[in-house]
Design a protein around this ligand. Structure first.
Ligand code: GRF
Length: 207
């Protein structure tokens, strides 16, 4: 069984969409644990309501990134985790966790990477930059997580026409709708189709 650990810091609408698709049987996995850095995260309340083993843990509690990583790894190993899904987790994943899960950590970014990505580009910062740029298209990206911020190999993307959007908030809402479908499609794909990574490219073994 694919055991997925979900990390989120916010409302958790992506987490909820994945949870619903697992329940519907379209994603062959189970959520083995939930991790957040924010006790007030809506995603935490959802995980607790659904009896998912949940942990509130923050890098601020530890002397170093490595110790934070070791604490995360203890939780992940306790639950036999084999995939990590970041669904709006606002802390950097420690290098020792990335190394322990090579090509087994996914993240969602609310733009078409490599554009509008990198440090500081999260949430509304992304959509404001897209709006100011005059871009007519935005979208969402699912990528494997490596040590570089938002720079891991891209698994799947979905473009969104934003030519008629009159504010960053309108872009955000339209992209979020696509995120909910895209993340589940990408998860289903990586869990059912062997792939290899060549540089920044994810190559799926097509039948
Ligand atoms: C999403 O916009 C996602 O792209 C970004 O964080 C946000 C999480 O939103 N990584 P939610 O908590 O899933 O609603």
């Amino acid at each position: 069984m694919n055991n997925i650990a979900v990390f989120a810091s916010g409302t958790g609408t992506n987490f909820k969409a994945i949870f619903r698709n697992i329940q519907a049987g379209t994603i062959p996995a189970q959520i083995c644990c939930f991790i957040t850095n924010r006790p007030q995260a809506g995603a935490l309340a959802f995980a607790q309501e659904h009896h998912i083993p949940s942990y509130v843990i923050s890098p601020a509690e530890f002397e170093s990134e490595e110790e934070f990583g070791d604490a995360l790894l203890r939780i992940l190993r306790k639950h036999d985790t084999n995939w990590i899904v970041l669904a709006g987790f606002l802390k950097k994943i420690p290098d020792n966790v990335v190394e322990a899960f090579p090509n087994r950590i996914l993240n969602i970014h609310p733009a078409l990477l490599p554009a509008f990505g990198g440090k500081g580009m999260y949430g509304m910062h992304v959509h404001r930059a897209v709006f100011r740029s005059g871009a007519r298209v935005s979208g969402a990206t699912i990528h494997l997580v490596n040590q570089e911020y938002d720079a891991g190999p891209i698994v799947m993307q979905q473009a969104v026409d934003i030519a008629d959007c009159r504010s960053p908030e309108e872009i955000a809402a339209r992209v979020l709708e696509v995120e909910h479908q895209l993340y589940s499609r990408a998860l289903q794909k990586v869990l059912t189709t062997p792939f290899r990574v060549e540089g920044r490219r994810v190559i799926f073994q097509e039948p």
